[in-house]
Unconditional design. Structure first.
Length: 285
């Protein structure tokens, strides 16, 4: 299995929204905010080469949205989905599978692009099967008021129209080394990929289950979570599993940290060693 970090750019969100009811005096010591209470977050994706497939997990925000929409998110950084993939010698046409953890715009926007020649929306990865949980699809096509602004139909309805979606119905090994577990606190059917790279070497693509390494206290859930008490239960159960089985976490949104291992402390399970993905892959267990 070969893994490649795909940096698609950064964006800013309100710190209170990202840390929910936790007082700023606590969370800001772990994740800095600017003078407008905005925190800078990455949109870090992952390409996995395994069993003759090239799989991308999530696709960033994309380039379809207009300036009116984007001005709320303060896009920054020099990376893009296209340039980052090109730096690894990977083209969109080579991608065989796209795993979308969920259908919020910052995770799936890059999955669809606008073709100015045909004036239509097209799959950004034309040869790929797109994997989405059935529960998330049903949730996103009829979004609740909390998520309506995040579930933009131009980001996923064209995929259905082009017949390239396959649904994940339950916890499953999607491929021999890629396990998918579904969660329901952040949004219904959040699909978390767990990469079984080798004996005792496992990487969790954390998505919005744990957006950053600062979110490991299980009560530090996002204000965006639709069911925060469910989030706390799910996070507690999964974190116990991750610690017991020595999983390493890969962060989509932590602008400072790509990966971390875990340790048990008096306050619960917390990050232990911080590292890049390249450093994780070099680790010997």
């Amino acid at each position: 299995m070969n893994l490649h970090v795909i940096n698609t750019g950064n964006f800013k969100l309100d710190g209170g929204a990202m840390f929910g009811v936790i007082p700023k005096s606590l969370w800001e010591s772990q994740y800095a905010a600017d003078e407008n209470n905005l925190c800078n977050f990455s949109m870090r994706c992952l390409v996995v080469e395994t069993d003759g497939r090239k799989i991308i997990i999530d696709a960033g925000l994309g380039t379809k949205q207009d300036e009116k929409f984007l001005r709320y998110y303060y896009l920054n950084g020099d990376d893009s989905l296209e340039s980052s993939m090109r730096s690894h010698g990977i083209s969109n046409k080579e991608i065989t599978d796209v795993i979308l953890t969920h259908l919020h715009f910052d995770h799936c926007g890059g999955a669809v692009e606008y073709d100015r020649v045909t004036q239509s929306y097209q799959p950004a990865f034309p040869s790929a099967v797109y994997w989405i949980s059935r529960d998330q699809w049903d949730w996103a096509i009829n979004p609740n008021p909390r998520e309506k602004a995040s579930c933009l139909k131009e980001n996923f309805m064209p995929l259905m129209e082009h017949g390239c979606i396959r649904f994940i119905e339950k916890n499953i090994f999607l491929f021999p080394q890629i396990e998918i577990k579904l969660f329901y606190g952040h949004t219904a059917g959040l699909a978390i990929p767990i990469l079984h790279i080798g004996e005792n070497k496992t990487l969790v693509y954390a998505a919005d289950l744990f957006p950053t390494a600062a979110h490991f206290p299980v009560s530090w859930v996002c204000g965006y979570d639709t069911q925060p008490l469910v989030s706390i239960r799910e996070r507690t159960e999964f974190l116990n599993e991750a610690y017991e089985k020595q999983y390493t976490f890969f962060f989509e949104h932590d602008i400072r940290t790509e990966c971390c291992t875990l340790k048990q402390t008096e306050k619960g399970i917390r990050p232990d060693r911080f590292m890049t993905l390249a450093e994780f892959l070099r680790l010997k267990y």
